[in-house]
Design a binder for this molecule. Structure first.
Ligand code: ADP
Ligand code: MG
Length: 299
């Protein structure tokens, strides 16, 4: 695959960056003496869901920071929709269609779900208006018909219509996460990076989120790609078209969920053994522990 191409140094230049939403090639990041990432590459197809997994300290968050423009790699390049953005700021990447969620959502607790999405939509359309609203969110100007239509669509795909009028302060974490995803989607991105969106959620909320992520990609009309960094490997295997596995800063495997499930290096990284995998591609039955395959080698 890519690593082989990299070695021969020929096929790499033939990588069709235009055909991918996002490409990272040979990314290395050093923190002092520590190699947080060593020559990591990935390619994300339009309209696909890619999972990024690996044990604690594997380099997942570092890679996400490199992709989103918060961290400049020591080596390697990043292309966003065919354009080399290695030196572009996070804001410039956002303008080119990259959106992300954060593990700690920053929401205005007094505002309703709907008001958050209206604000997020305005941030895309008019920064001036956004700032006016932000300075005094309680005086939120009434939404225009176009804003209402767009926000109604978002509420529906996120399954938030029923709680649209509720202040986010009153809502459970699973709903708050969806509001955060909605804010990222309001900019109508081409690539959405999700940082551990399932952390702290119970199984029912997790499954709801996973279903929403699937339908967001399926219903998108311009090939939205989602990259999900997640501790829950079983969830990632059930959701993703392609999975990339990091361990100690290196990409140790990449492929379909089936290939990853059967990959001896992955099993060794997670389970420290060579037993055959137990899980199937089917979504988790509700009576199983979602953390079961979430192996942390330090425990
Ligand atoms: P993951 O998200 O997979 O758990 P990280 O990307 O957070 O892993 O970290 C990868 C490695 O880099 C870890 O050993 C971590 O301690 C180290 N690291 C991450 N960020 C920094 C930093 N800002 N300074 C120094 N070391 C860091
Ligand atoms: Mg992390």
């Amino acid at each position: 695959m890519t690593s082989a191409s990299t070695e021969v140094g020929v096929a790499v230049s033939a990588t069709d960056h235009q055909a991918h939403s996002l490409v990272a090639r040979d990314i290395s990041v050093r923190f002092g003496g520590l190699m947080a990432l060593s020559g990591v590459s990935l390619e994300i197809e339009p309209g696909s869901i890619a999972g990024l997994v690996g044990p604690n300290g594997a380099g997942k968050s570092t890679l996400l920071a490199v992709l989103s423009g918060l961290l400049r790699p020591n080596e390697g390049q990043v292309w966003l929709r065919g354009e080399d953005v290695t030196r572009a700021s996070a804001r410039a990447r956002a303008t080119r269609g990259l959106a992300r969620t954060f593990q700690q959502p920053e929401l205005f607790l007094g505002l309703t779900v709907r008001e958050h999405l209206v604000l997020a939509y305005r941030a895309r359309v008019s920064r001036t208006r956004l700032w006016r609203d932000m300075l005094d969110p309680r005086c939120l100007l009434p939404p225009s018909p176009a804003e209402n239509e767009r926000v109604d669509g978002l509420l529906e795909v996120l399954r938030l219509t029923r709680v649209a009028k509720a202040p986010v302060a009153a809502l459970p974490l699973g709903i708050v996460r969806l509001v955060e995803v909605g804010r990222a989607l309001a900019s109508d991105p081409h690539v959405l990076l999700l940082d551990e969106p399932l952390s702290g959620l119970d199984m029912k909320a997790s499954e709801n989120l996973l279903e929403v992520f699937k339908s967001i990609v399926e219903k998108n009309d311009h090939g939205l790609s989602v990259i999900i960094v997640e501790h829950d490997v079983a969830a990632v295997l059930a959701l993703s078209n392609t999975v990339f596995v990091l361990d100690f800063g290196e990409r140790i495997a990449a492929g379909s969920p089936e290939q990853i499930r059967n990959d001896p290096a992955v099993r060794a990284a997670y389970l420290g053994d060579s037993e055959p995998p137990q899980r199937s591609a089917a979504p988790r039955p509700v009576d199983q522990d979602p953390q079961e395959l979430t192996g942390d080698p330090s425990t």
